[in-house]
Every structure is written in C-alpha cells, then in structure tokens.
Design a protein around this ligand. Structure first.
Ligand code: DX5
Length: 218
C-alpha cells in the first residue's frame, strides 16, 4: 500500500501541533520536514530546533528533506534533533557517497532527491546503498506548484531500472502531488507520496488519503 508523508511546509505554521495531529489522524506513515537554506532553493524554512520541537509531540517518523547546499554539514544537527531519515539532493553535493556512509553510521535512513530535470542515471552507483529515491515533481522551493508532466514516466523508469539492484528501494514523489495525478503515480509504482497543499489546504484531506490507500490496495 502507498505510504503518505504530509509535508509541514504547506501547513499553518502557527498551528504546528494541530498540523501534526492531522497527519496522524489521516494515517500518515511519516512527516516530511522541508529544510531550505535560501541558496540551493530560493526560500528559507526550518532549522534543527523546529525538528527538535516537533519530535516532542509525535511518534511519527520525521523525514528531513535537505534542500540545502553542503548537506553533510547538517547530518549531525538533524540527527541530534530527532530526525529518522535524511534526504539530500544530488544537485547539492559532490560527496553523496560520504553522505550515505555518515547517515548509516548514525543508523539514520537515508535518501537521495533528484530535481525534475536530473536523470535517474546519476544514482546508479549508489542506489543499492540508499533507502529512498525522492523524485521531485516540481523545481523545489515552494508548496502548491504544478507537477511536471513527465514525472509518472520517471517513476516507472526508476522502479524498472532499480528493482534488481535494490529490491528494498522506496521511490518517493514530492511536489505537486494531487487528486488528478496521484492515481497515475500509484499505478507506476510510487511507494511514497508527499502531500503538501493537497493535504493541508484540503478540507477533505482524510477522504483523499483514504482514497489513495484504496487505490493502492487494489
Ligand atoms: C518543494 C517542497 C514541496 C512540498 C510538497 O520544494 O518540497 O514539494 O514538500 O508541497 P506540495 O505537495 O504542495 O507541492
């Protein structure tokens, strides 16, 4: 069954505890926390202190999506803050293998994120050592954007190419996932869907998530 990770970026940040409860009540498998540094992406968001405070109020796994230059610098601070998994962008680091090794040394789940235009071929050498391949549906920086049209095909290619090399790899789609495109993403084999606006700005969020669970269990 598909896993749902609501992205707190799209939540009302003055009501973080309620936003966490919404995710728990909808049956989310984890919470995604988007870390942006204003350099790798044109926006600024949260730091380790926010993750630390969120950690105190939920037992949900915390997936920290590092949209930052030099992700290695942030492994320890977010590990100490209580992150369960760290995802770094291929485009942000020449040292991805080192990033993976350092996450594994701390027993953190780890993943690599690819912007829409980046080919999945770039992870061929490391795909067997990661837990999650995050395929961005949008150019990162903001919630509520439109997904690129070629994302379902990228999911299909990733599942086909990497299933032998890493049968446990989870392919995740982040950015622009909504009621219109989610069925095709599930059909192509997406394991995890990140929901920002389509969850937190959707009064019928619970029905939407339930529908996704039903779609993926048929
Ligand atoms: C973009 C962010 C968003 C967010 C999801 O940089 O990473 O993708 O997590 O927000 P929606 O689902 O509204 O695109």
């Amino acid at each position: 069954m598909v896993r749902i990770h609501p992205s707190l970026l799209a939540a009302d940040l003055t009501c973080l505890r309620e936003s966490i409860t919404m995710a728990e009540e909808a049956g989310a498998s984890a919470l995604q926390i988007d870390i942006m540094d204003g350099h790798f992406v044109p926006n600024l968001t949260f730091g380790p202190k926010t993750v630390e405070d969120i950690r105190k109020h939920t037992s949900l796994p915390l997936e920290v999506h590092l949209m930052v230059m030099d992700p290695l610098r942030w492994i320890k601070p977010f590990y100490k803050a209580g992150a369960n998994s760290l995802i770094a962008h291929y485009e942000a680091s020449p040292h991805l293998d080192k990033f993976i090794q350092q996450c594994q040394a701390l027993d953190l789940l780890c993943g690599v994120a690819l912007n829409p235009a980046t080919s999945i071929a770039v992870v061929e050498k490391i795909v067997k050592n990661i837990d999650v391949l995050l395929l961005m549906g949008v150019n990162p920086g903001f919630h509520g954007q439109q997904m690129v049209s070629y994302l379902p095909e990228k999911v299909n290619n990733s599942k086909a190419w990497f299933k032998e090399m890493n049968p446990h790899l989870l392919v995740e789609v982040d950015g622009g996932v909504n009621e219109t495109n989610a069925p095709s993403l599930i059909q192509e084999g997406a394991d995890i869907l990140i929901l920002g606006a389509s969850f937190y700005l959707n009064p019928k969020r619970n029905e939407f998530v339930k529908h996704l669970f039903q779609l993926s269990s048929t």
